[in-house]
Ligand binder design. Sequence first.
Ligand SMILES: [Zn+2]
Length: 213
Amino acid sequence: MEIITLPVTAFAQNCRIVICKQTRQAAVVDPGGDAEKIIAELAKHALNLQCILLTHGHLDHVGAAKVLAEHFAVDIVGPQQDELFWFDALPMQAQMFGFAPVTPFYPQHWLNHGDIFPLGELRFEIRHCPGHTPGHIVFYEAEHKIVLVGDVIFKGSVGRTDFPKGDAQQLLNSIKQQILTLPDETRILSGHGPDTKVVTERISNPFISGKYG
Ligand SMILES: [Zn+2]
C-alpha cells in the first residue's frame, strides 16, 4: 500500500491518493479541490484510478469529486446516506467556505457501517462515525494498520460540531467506539494537519482524556 498526500484548497485539506502496490489500482479520497493538481499526480505515477471515496460531504473534502469522476469516468463512493443533505446544500456550502459557485452532485453509491470496500488487494472496512456530520465514515485498512478519518479526529484535536446536525457527544462516542478501539499502532490520517497514531491520541488528546472538561 502506498499513500500520496496532496494538500488542496485554502483549507489545506489532505487529499489522499491510496494505491494498491500489487495492482497499481488507486482511489482518490476526499478531493476537496485543485482537480488539475490531482489529475497531474495520477498521471505522473501512471495510476489506474478506480473510484473517488468520500468521508463526508463538506465542500472542502468533495469540491473536485465531480470533475475527477467525469474526467476518469469513475464513480463517487460514500459517505453514508445520512449525509445527503450536505450534498443538497453544496451551493450554500460554496458561500459558507468561500469557494466558487458549485452545482449539486451526488455519490453513485452510499456506504454502510461494516461494508468492506476492496481496492486491488486492499480491503477497507467502513466505520460510521457521526458527530462532525451525520453520515461521516472512516476507511480502515487492517492489514496495513491505516485509518483515513476525514474530520473525525486530528492530532491533539477533534472535528467541529457547530455545523447543522453536528453533535459533540455523538462525535466523542464515535471516536471512542470506532477509532480508539483500533490497534495501538494504527496510523490515523486526518483531513487536515499531520498524521498521528491511535495510541498517541488515546493517551494525549485533551478532548478525549477530558482535560478540557
Ligand atoms: Zn468537515
